[in-house]
Design a protein around this ligand. Sequence first.
Ligand code: OGA
Ligand code: NI
Length: 319
Amino acid sequence: MAIPVIDFSKLNGDERSKTLAQIANCCQDWGFFQLINHGISEDLLERVKKVSSECYEFEREPGFKNSKPVNLLKELVEKKSDESLVEKVDWEDVFLLSDDNHDEWPSKTPGFKETMKEYRAELKNLAIKVMEAMDENLGLPKGYINKAFNGGEEEEEENSAFFGTKVSHYPPCPHPDKVNGLRAHTDAGGVILLFQDDVVNGLQILKDGVWIDVQPIQNAIVINTGDQIEVLSNGKYKSVWHRVLALPEGNRRSIASFYNPSYKATIEPAKELVLAEKKLNVENSAKYPKFVFGDYMSVYAEQKFFPKEPRFLQAVKAV
Ligand code: OGA
Ligand code: NI
């Protein structure tokens, strides 16, 4: 089984309604899909790959060699214990880029900052287009999701949605059966756009109780929806469990950009969708409570790798 692939350019032509229907089906049944012909130039993507790999080699690899996962795995193996797994760490090197931390971005790799700035601007636009397709598929006014993420405003400085980019590498692992690349979780936020390695696999999603690979496709962008889209859509678009395996060969690069609500935004099921349920005489027509996203993130920080269901109510209690 493979993750569905959508030609995003067809959204603007004769096949618009068919493409929208494909996206709707992916959001409902998969929670993950891959976009090709998404409008981001091959040239830019090639440059992103280049500067990310160079950055890893020049600025990150020395640190990874002496990192917590490496040391814990070494200890476990050297003790030759039957302890089967290194718990509570992931076999990854990761750092975050956002508009708020420009001065912490890697600065020694030529072209890194400029390229990633350009890339993030393009990806942010793509995120907005993807959210608009979701608005339309859900029967919500255009811009609904983005507005909700911006605290109900069109776009306001103070309360604006957060766009972050996580640059990760999953280096080859000498004992891949004893540690996870990234432990299984659902994503907390809104829409995630992942530019994964062209050849090294490792990312898997849980589909109908079975882990399946997100097959690498050169220069595709993988889309998935987080817990906040699940809430806004009143459970129609479920956030899906995924994980990254540690592997003995290859250094997997993965650049995940996430479009999240402002920490101050109030998140709740869209009124239109709750009303539609009510008309069908469904009891408890709102399937999720209302909470402030920042409170949800406080809960998530403690419980990322646990079942998601209790988190929603706990976020309410934290208000
Ligand atoms: C994440 C994630 C997958 C990857 O950062 O939440 O699931 O391939 N990343 O790095
Ligand atoms: Ni994730």
